[in-house]
Design a protein around this ligand. Sequence first.
Ligand code: GSH
Length: 300
Amino acid sequence: MNPPKTLLISFVRTFWHNFWLTMMQQLAPSDDQGKYQRSASQFRGTIEGNAESGRYHLYVGMSCPWAHRALIVRAIKGLQEFIPLTILVPNASTGGWVFQPVQHDCSTLAQFYRLNQPNYRAKATVPLLWDSWQKQIVNNESSEIIKLLNGHFPGDLDLYPASLEKEIEQWNAKIYPAINNGVYLCGFARTQAAYQDACQQIFQTLDEIELVLSGQRYLCGESLTLADIRLFTTLFRFDAVYYSLFKCSIKRIADYPNLSRYLSDIYNLPDVAATCNLEQVKKDYYGQLFPLNPSGIVPL
Ligand SMILES: N[C@@H](CCC(=O)N[C@@H](CS)C(=O)NCC(=O)O)C(=O)O
């Protein structure tokens, strides 16, 4: 005999909500206002002088917007031969990154982190820059890895020129909280108020950038900088993932003519498209972020 519908609904709602809260606490801890709290990256090392070919190894996942930053800088500076790359894949049942095939005798990225630092207990995140000569992790913070790739590796293209440093940092200070992390603040919000705050911030900032891009090609004028790469990786995922899964749903990037043009300009730069895989992005986000999408269904 089936339970009465009202009982079923009230039981499942309570049960489901509590499970959602428990899983979100693991996936995305929040403050007491329900706002997602991202933890700081732990490895913040640098590179002295010029990097040697083959010495520094990059670990990424194709769906990750933070890792995508490093992949793009490596690609547009033509460092594919200079910096070996390992692409990890997410494991749907455990929610962590795994090596396929096994590397350094590790099947998971978490094991690799602990091989380098046995007491490491924080998240095993990508991107990760590893020194294969010293056998140690250099850095796991994307905003710093892209500066290292730009400044210590060969190539004429300078994405962080001294003349634009101040302007780039001003953009970063606006775009990281409102957009790069803003989409996560929206998607991982635990309360309506936290969600609304984040969502409004995203679209106010997109409106502002839309206006700036009506008069110039990139954020800092006519030349591409690290600020553009940081914005691009979020915009690239926006309509397919953040708009729906994270409820960043006031507008799509496709509704902004200048942002759309900007997105396509960067996508069409040599070697950038090869770093972009929207099908993988959708599969990983909709498949991995279980508390936000329990059915695991990936939208068309
Ligand atoms: N602050 C880090 C964030 C990196 C990050 O959160 N990466 C995610 C993938 S998008 C990750 O590896 N998460 C693994 C996990 O949560 O276990 C950076 O910018 O490098």
